[in-house]
Design a protein around this ligand. Structure first.
Ligand code: C5P
Length: 247
């Protein structure tokens, strides 16, 4: 996978739609302005690999956000299948699946490059941002969320994973601990408000594209601020411009 130097490469737009036709119709409108499209569990469950093929045919790469978490053999197979669809540049797993599972996923992406194809990069989700300290304790995960996130990011790196999905608030510490090559993709990004308050949706901790890039993010993931914009092209362009200015 190669990223071009244009700031649009740093923007991943989350295609949170429930059907192939609505996702492809929307993606077509902004495909020339973005680096990648993220296809998550809802869209993939509804539309399957065909949506990955049709979206990647528009030009940008695909981040297949299925957050695999299973026994190592099953995850290895799932990652191989994801790479086999074509057009998938990023795929992810849960770091909480453990070192052996992460290593199995790494072996799968490496096997793809051994076959001479573009190797997708592998990201790990550390702790879901929807889990607070209390919710973590309930399921037996000790320590403060930010400490656990950092430990899991380091474990992922040790297993050979290429990077993590993390909040902007965590990005700086992860960059410092895991070095300049480790990829960081940050969701929960909202453009700076022009007038009045920014719309937060259900993201409890948000940051602007400028803050994300300055915290060391390689990719900013944006959904609703673009999907629900009156003019999605303008909303996308403004975010790309903000990324460019922050670099
Ligand atoms: O609409 P919004 O910009 O909040 O979309 C963010 C996207 O990033 C959604 O697809 C959401 O599932 C995803 N995401 C997130 N928080 C995480 C990981 C992924 O919001 N910690």
């Amino acid at each position: 996978m190669t990223f071009d130097a244009h700031p649009r490469s740093n923007l991943i737009v989350a295609l949170d739609f429930d059907s192939l036709s609505s996702a492809v119709r929307f993606a077509t409108k902004i495909a020339d302005l973005v680096g990648m499209f993220k296809i998550g569990k809802q869209l993939f469950t509804a539309a399957g690999p065909e949506v990955v093929r049709q979206v990647s045919a528009l030009g940008p790469g695909v981040f297949l956000d299925l957050k695999y978490h299973d026994i190592p053999n099953t995850v290895a197979g799932a990652v191989l299948s994801a790479a086999g669809i074509g057009g998938v540049q990023l795929v992810n797993i849960h770091a909480l699946g453990g070192s052996a599972m992460m290593r199995a996923a790494v072996q799968s992406v490496n096997a793809v490059s051994a076959m001479g194809e573009d190797r997708p990069r592998l990201l790990a989700v550390t702790i879901l941002t929807s889990l607070d300290h209390k919710a973590m304790r309930e399921v037996g995960i000790s320590g403060l969320p930010k400490d656990r996130v950092l430990k899991l990011a380091k474990l992922a790196k040790k297993a050979g994973v290429d990077g993590v999905v993390a909040s902007v608030q965590e990005a700086k510490a992860i960059r410092k601990a895991c070095g300049p090559e480790f990829l960081i993709a940050t969701p929960g990004v909202r453009p700076a408000p022009k007038a009045g308050a920014a719309k937060q949706d259900d993201q409890s901790r948000t940051a602007t594209p400028t803050e994300a890039i300055r915290a060391g993010a390689d990719f900013v993931i944006v959904g609703r601020p673009i999907l629900e914009a009156a003019d999605p092209r303008q909303a996308t362009q403004e975010i790309v411009d903000e990324i460019a200015a922050a670099q």
